[in-house]
Design a binder for this molecule. Structure first.
Ligand SMILES: NC(=O)c1ccc[n+]([C@@H]2O[C@H](COP(=O)([O-])OP(=O)(O)OC[C@H]3O[C@@H](n4cnc5c(N)ncnc54)[C@H](O)[C@@H]3O)[C@@H](O)[C@H]2O)c1
Length: 417
């Protein structure tokens, strides 16, 4: 157990910075643990939008918390050890590199960056300054992920041969990527980076190899411009008939309206943008196949317009098969036995099935508390690499190899804090 009090600062006080990290570090119910207070102190927050900054201060109610609109000023003036980066994906790289050069350690939201070369810059800056870099790859932490990882690592199905992973988002969750900054590829890298990097990180960790070749297909097929549309839901003429109406004033007891709607005049950040806006340039359906250096084949699909949401998986080895049908069960079929073992998985509590709290716990209390210490820079880069290869495969309509991205990635084990 790490007994020193770690001093945190957070940059980006949107959904994740405020809701997952600030409230988590401070031990808010369902966000963090009460004992975090003994080991962690939130010293400073930074958010360029003054409305969101004020909402964060009001929500957190910490009289000693320093609040900044300027990141450089926070870096210079606030006394902290660990920076949490919860800004839009394309902004991570410059913030993280500055933080390392100022001698801080960094927890960065996923995806680590929107380009592989940006990940390399971040890792190089961490190394040059002798600091650590971790990414909030929370797909590793759910009870189901941990159980599957341990079954496969313990040889339940022998040598892993083939993996199928299907993520199908519904028209609520799935549509949300088409409402705001994510919908422009230059901000998010598209969903192969922004969304899939969670699962690529976890799959890389389970497959225990590195991605070597990728083929992929994807396009925008559903969230296409429609004649009946507006700029945003609050001012649209078609709200009564639109199944995608987003009730910003009604979200989270008005919190989102206070954070985003009332701050809109400062930076033009529209939270309830129309999902049929011509600005959208990310794919909403993707099919990808990948091959790892150890021969494992991965079949991955993602879509964003389903009546209901599901993640389904199949893992096939030379000694059996594991299926995740999309509910709270794992089915395990050992080879040659005709047996079917049903394993029930109870979700954890808190954000992302307890994963958000687990990430914070491992960082605040003990890096080794979990079998999967938070993804380090190389592992987070590997997740970005898979998505970047797939993006290139879609754009260039061909199979893309890892050699085009610098060759075999480092799969470094996470160093101690
Ligand atoms: N791990 C997860 O499960 C998970 C879930 C959702 C989002 N995310 C990631 O978290 C990050 C934040 O996402 P979000 O949904 O909270 O976004 P958000 O838009 O709600 O919040 C981002 C905040 O950063 C601020 N910001 C923008 N540019 C900035 C800059 N240069 N410096 C400082 N602040 C800046 C914005 O004003 C905004 O308040 C993204 O990288 C996203 O991909 C991770």
């Amino acid at each position: 157990m790490n007994k020193t009090v770690k001093k945190f600062a957070i940059v980006g006080m949107g959904n994740r910075g405020l809701g997952a990290f600030a409230k988590g570090i401070l031990g808010f119910p369902n966000k963090g643990l009460p004992e975090f207070k003994k080991y962690a102190k939130l010293v400073a927050i930074c958010e360029p939008n003054t409305v969101r900054l004020q909402v964060a201060q009001d929500e957190l109610k910490q009289p000693d918390l320093a609040a900044y609109t300027d990141f450089d000023a926070m870096l210079k003036q606030a006394d902290f050890d660990i920076l949490v980066v919860a800004t839009p994906d394309h902004t991570h790289v410059d913030i993280v590199v500055k933080a390392f050069n100022a001698g801080k350690n960094v927890i960065c939201e996923k995806p680590l960056a929107t380009r592989v070369e940006d990940c390399d810059r971040m890792i190089a800056a961490a190394d040059a300054n002798g600091r650590w870099l971790r990414a909030a790859q929370n797909a590793r932490y759910g009870p189901q992920s941990l159980k599957l990882k341990s079954m496969i690592a313990d040889g339940a199905i022998g040598n892993l041969k083939l993996v199928t992973f299907e993520e199908q988002l519904d028209t609520d969750h799935g549509a949300d990527y088409f409402r705001r900054w994510h919908r422009d590829k230059k901000n998010s890298g598209g969903l192969l980076l922004h969304k899939a990097s969670h699962h690529f990180d976890w799959l890389n960790w389970v497959i225990q190899g590195y991605i070597s070749r990728v083929a992929a297909f994807g396009d925008t097929s559903f969230y296409l411009p429609r004649e009946k549309r507006g700029k945003c839901c609050r001012t649209c003429d078609y709200t009564a008939e639109c199944p995608f109406y987003y009730d910003l004033p009604g979200k989270w007891d008005g919190l989102y309206m206070r954070m985003y709607g009332q701050g809109e005049h400062e930076d033009g950040y529209i939270r309830d943008g129309c999902v049929f806006d011509p600005e959208i340039n990310i794919e909403d359906r993707i099919a990808m196949i990948g091959e790892y250096d150890n021969g494992v084949k991965l079949n991955y699909t993602l879509s964003c317009f389903n009546p209901y949401e599901s993640i389904k998986m199949v893992f096939i080895g030379d000694a059996g098969r594991i299926e995740v049908p999309g509910d709270k069960h794992i089915y395990y079929y050992p080879m040659h036995t005709r047996e079917k073992h049903v394993i029930e998985i109870l979700p954890g509590t808190g954000g992302h099935g307890g994963s958000d709290t687990a990430i914070l716990k491992s960082i605040i209390m003990d890096f080794d508390a979990l079998p999967n210490a938070p993804a380090d820079g190389h592992q987070a880069r590997h997740a970005v690499l898979v998505g970047a290869m797939a993006n290139k495969a879609i754009a260039e309509k061909r199979i893309v190899t890892v050699d085009e991205f610098g060759g075999k990635p480092k799969l470094a084990a996470a160093p101690k804090a």
